[in-house]
Ligand binder design. Structure first.
Ligand code: ADP
Ligand code: MG
Length: 261
């Protein structure tokens, strides 16, 4: 079995009296794409932000490349972020910068290479995500799918060993979604990247996952290969993957967790 690259144990995170992560356990192995499924507002983005050090957990352990990171100072976390990138839900591009400036932003911030090197790198990373001659476009001129690709190109610029994807196919048409799924598979197969992909798109999950974990009530309550999850008899997982209104997951329960409707 490949070594663990991310190892999360008993992770807890609350906002006020709202428990979002409740002793969550999760392991991602080298070269693996792990898909996390779960309802909106469940805490999936909070999980990714805790791994990236954007949010800090209340307790529990996160080991990345075998190193405990929950106690890292912000400065030391920046070193880790050179090897681990997050593709944000909406792309999180800077509106006032063109595509090239957006893609090069982290690279310039942390590595400050020469302008020629940056230019070539930006071009190469955009080509990797299937974009050519878009360097001078502004984010407002891009479609939702293009924004997500540019966001991925920005992460790829850093040659990360780990990529975390937050809802990479949400809000894009099915054809663009398929292209993004292929990109995620390519990152694993060509570059050997290890990933966590958060989604509620079951088509995407089945297509790209080595393993799928169901996030529910602050924990990963079930995990398996796409085939195992498809065939699950777990009532919560079954209800979620088939999108049924009837079952153990109710809207009332969402209210206990205080989610806005
Ligand atoms: N910085 C924050 N401060 C307070 N509450 C937050 C913060 N970030 C997330 N939350 C809350 O945590 C819950 C989980 O949010 P999120 O992780 O964004 O859900 P998901 O990504 O699964 O849709 C939500 O109820 C949200 O309001
Ligand atoms: Mg989210």
């Amino acid at each position: 079995m490949a070594p663990a690259i991310i190892e999360i144990t008993n992770l807890c995170k609350s906002f006020g009296n709202k428990i979002v992560l409740n002793r969550l356990n999760l392991t991602v192995r080298e070269g693996e794409t792990k898909v996390i499924i779960g309802r909106s507002g469940a805490g999936k983005s909070v999980l990714l932000k805790n791994i990236m050090g954007i949010l800090r957990p209340d307790s529990g352990s996160i080991k990345v490349f075998g190193r405990e990171v929950t106690q890292l100072k912000d400065k030391d976390y920046n070193d880790l972020r050179l090897k681990m990138g997050l593709v944000f839900q909406g792309g999180a591009l800077f509106d006032s910068m063109n595509v090239a400036q957006n893609v090069a932003f982290v690279l310039n911030e942390f590595r400050s290479p020469s302008p020629q090197v940056v230019k070539q790198k930006v071009k190469d990373c955009l080509a990797l995500v299937g974009l050519n001659d878009v360097e001078s476009l502004m984010p407002s001129e891009l479609s939702g799918g293009m924004k997500k690709r540019v966001s991925l190109a920005r992460v790829l610029c850093m040659e990360p060993r780990i990529i975390l994807y937050d809802e990479p196919t949400a809000g894009v048409d099915p054809i663009t979604a398929d292209a993004i799924n292929h990109l995620i598979i390519e990152m694993r197969d060509k570059l050997g990247v290890s990933s966590i992909v958060v989604t509620h798109d079951m088509n995407a999950a089945y297509k790209i996952a080595d393993a799928i974990g169901m996030f529910y009530h602050g924990q990963i309550i079930a995990e398996g290969t796409p085939e195992e999850i498809r065939a699950t008899t777990h009532p919560v997982v079954k209800q979620f993957i088939h999108g049924l209104a009837q079952g153990p997951i109710t809207d009332g329960e969402q209210l206990i967790f205080g989610h806005p409707k």
